[in-house]
Design a protein around this ligand. Structure first.
Ligand SMILES: Nc1ncnc2c1ncn2[C@@H]1O[C@H](COP(=O)(O)OP(=O)(O)O)[C@@H](O)[C@H]1O
Ligand SMILES: CC(=O)N[C@@H](CCC(=O)OP(=O)(O)O)C(=O)O
Length: 266
């Protein structure tokens, strides 16, 4: 069976047009490729924390996660955002099933290694592929929220880009990041340009020079990690562009394609 992992960023989820969800159904029903949706929800978590008067901070694009923060992360991601996406898919005539990475041990994690103490932030060690495949065989499109469980039953907050990469690795499936930008920007002669292709060496340089910042850091790191572990293709595309996802599926030039090594594109 052919799969594609579609990661919907929290920056764009609320603005994704019906057409985007129709395109996912087209991929499933007409192209015979099974989509697995993984979503974020960073801005929604931040706004809920703000309403509760909890200060939130990020280190290298990862949210410092105390137990108090973790409660809100789980409520927002596995509750409202996950169900919003499931409903959108159902509206387009698909059977979708929302699960958190905690359910059925879908995502198992250990604490992320970081120089600072960033709390209950995890990195995925195991994906329960059998559970995903069972859901798919029953005719459901999985919609996954990025929490995970540890061997000690501790919950972990997982950056959604890295959760999507781990799932793509386990299925050896292409990975498409849906975001609020048309791809990775660079500055050329004082003008913002979108890179059509990039690779590990250039990404390292763009992080060093702070051209790539914030939430883009875990995204490109997840992309490179996935490519190093049998994921055949990765791109970052804009979710409001009506054809970007279908163009990605058709191998057309869209957004920023990421490769490990520089390849000539003439
Ligand atoms: N070089 C860059 N090119 C494009 N976006 C960048 C770059 N550096 C930082 N960003 C930021 O990364 C954001 C996308 O990452 P993130 O906020 O985590 O979104 P998502 O919701 O897709 O996970 C963009 O909205 C932009 O503000
Ligand atoms: C550890 C960590 O940072 N987790 C993220 C999980 C959500 C996420 O990644 O959402 P986006 O895809 O919208 O960025 C967070 O708490 O914001």
């Amino acid at each position: 069976m052919k799969y594609v992992v579609i990661k919907c960023g929290g920056s764009i989820v609320a603005d994704l047009p019906d057409r985007f969800f129709q395109n996912i159904v087209t991929i499933y029903k007409e192209k015979n490729v099974t989509p697995i949706i993984v979503h974020g929800g960073g801005p929604m978590i931040s706004s809920q924390l703000k309403q509760l008067g909890v200060v939130t901070t990020f280190v290298d694009g990862l949210r410092v996660t105390t137990n108090e923060v973790l409660d809100v992360v789980e409520m927002v991601l596995s509750g409202s955002v996950n169900k919003q996406i499931v409903r959108k898919m159902v509206q387009q005539g698909a059977q979708a099933m929302g699960v958190s990475g905690v359910d059925g041990n879908l995502l198992q994690a250990i604490p992320v290694q970081h120089a600072n103490n960033i709390g209950y932030v995890g990195e995925v060690t195991t994906v329960n592929k059998k559970l995903l495949v069972n859901m798919i065989n029953e005719g459901y499109i999985p919609v996954v929220s990025p929490l995970a469980i540890g061997t000690d039953s501790q919950r972990y907050n997982i950056n959604a880009d890295s959760a999507a990469a781990a799932i793509a690795e386990s299925l050896e499936a292409p990975l498409c990041f849906i975001s609020d930008i048309p791809g990775i920007y660079i500055e050329e002669n004082g003008k913002k340009e979108t890179l059509h292709h990039t690779n590990e060496a250039q990404i390292d340089e763009l992080i060093q020079t702070k051209v790539i910042q914030g939430g883009m850091i875990p995204k490109v790191k997840a992309a490179l990690q996935a490519l190093a572990h049998h994921v055949p293709e990765v791109a970052i595309v804009n979710g409001t562009d009506p054809t970007s996802l279908l163009d990605f599926m058709d191998g057309k030039s869209v957004g920023t394609r990421i490769q490990l090594k520089e390849v000539s594109h003439v």
